[in-house]
Design a protein around this ligand. Structure first.
Ligand SMILES: C[C@](O)(C(=O)O)[C@H](CC(=O)O)C(=O)O
Ligand SMILES: [Mg+2]
Length: 297
């Protein structure tokens, strides 16, 4: 319901408490506000807002074409319809340290609970593709320090992502993670690790919580929640999973309509009108106007 959503400050506190809980927080990527509501219905701990998904949604590759304004706008639309805390992908902070500082404040205003900033060069690339590069460690540390200093709500979570593993190797990635934690990062996101042993190496090296990116068709083995938990991982994201599933279903549906001339055979694979209305809390809008919801099955 419109007014039943907790404030951004409360959602940030919830994310902080989750990070302190020692339990694995599972954050699927929402591809729109509606899918964030579905994630909440399924009892997840939070919503991830993926740069790859925002880019793809705009029909663009994930190569740093989206602007802070576009990301903040979409993040706000998603964050405001769910009671769950949202973690948003802020790429490189859209520039250098000063831009990273502004990014933090704009995304705080968008109502998300936290963001991650990565140490790639501008323009960035998907972390699971070859050909990416990272900035010098001192530049990356300045990004994180600027972000931390710019934050106005102390509960806003600043995660530092390092893409160094596939570019410079595991040792350098761990060195960077430690430097980011020293610079004030609340959460470390080691990108494109291959297996559980690599997560364990990060766990042993840094004191702060760590995040695992279980994106499909990339460089990381898809580790299950139990394995991640026993490797000491605190947060897992499934960034593009729902978009991939939805697009596959849409593709199948379009083919069926083309071939059969009707969608009749697809009805049992669709979200029913009843379930959509339920997810939207349609009936509760009758509190404003009792003629709003008159749907009967
Ligand atoms: C996590 C990520 O940054 C994202 O934008 O969702 C992507 C995911 C992907 O492209 O599969 C990344 O890992 O770079
Ligand atoms: Mg991304």
């Amino acid at each position: 319901m419109l007014h039943a959503i907790p404030s951004a400050a409360d959602k940030r506190k919830a994310l902080r408490a989750g990070l302190d809980s020692g339990r694995l927080l599972k954050l699927p990527g929402a591809f729109n506000p509606l899918s964030a509501k579905l994630i909440e219905r399924h009892g997840f701990h939070g919503v991830y807002i993926s740069g790859a998904v925002i880019s793809a949604d705009l029909g663009l590759p994930d190569i740093g074409l989206t602007t802070l304004t576009e990301v903040a706008g979409r993040a706000q639309q998603i964050a405001r319809v769910t009671a769950l805390p949202s973690l948003v992908d802020a790429d490189t902070g859209f520039g250098e340290p000063m831009n990273a500082a502004r990014t933090v404040q704009v995304l705080e205003d968008a109502g998300v609970a936290g963001l991650h900033l990565e140490d790639q060069v501008n323009p960035k690339r998907c972390g699971h593709l070859d050909g990416k590069d990272v900035v010098e460690l001192d530049v990356a540390v300045r990004r994180i320090k600027a972000a931390v200093a710019a934050r106005r709500d102390p509960d806003f979570v600043i995660a530092a992502r390092t893409d160094a593993k596939s570019v410079l190797g595991l040792d350098e990635a761990i060195r960077r993670a430690k430097a980011f934690a020293d610079a004030g990062a609340d959460l470390i996101f080691p990108e494109a690790l291959t297996d559980a042993a690599e997560f364990e190496a990060f766990r042993a090296a840094v004191e702060v919580p760590i995040l695992a990116n279980m994106t499909e068709f990339g460089k990381s083995r898809l580790l299950d929640a139990r394995t991640l938990e026993s490797a000491g991982v605190n947060v897992v994201i499934y960034p593009v999973t729902l978009l991939r599933l939805a697009m596959h279903a849409a593709d199948t549906g379009l083919r069926e309509i083309t071939e059969q001339g009707t969608q009749e055979g697809l009805l049992d694979r669709m979200q029913h009108r009843r379930d959509l209305y339920d997810l939207l809390d349609y009936q509760r809008y009758n509190a404003f106007d009792d003629q709003v919801f008159n749907f009967r099955v």
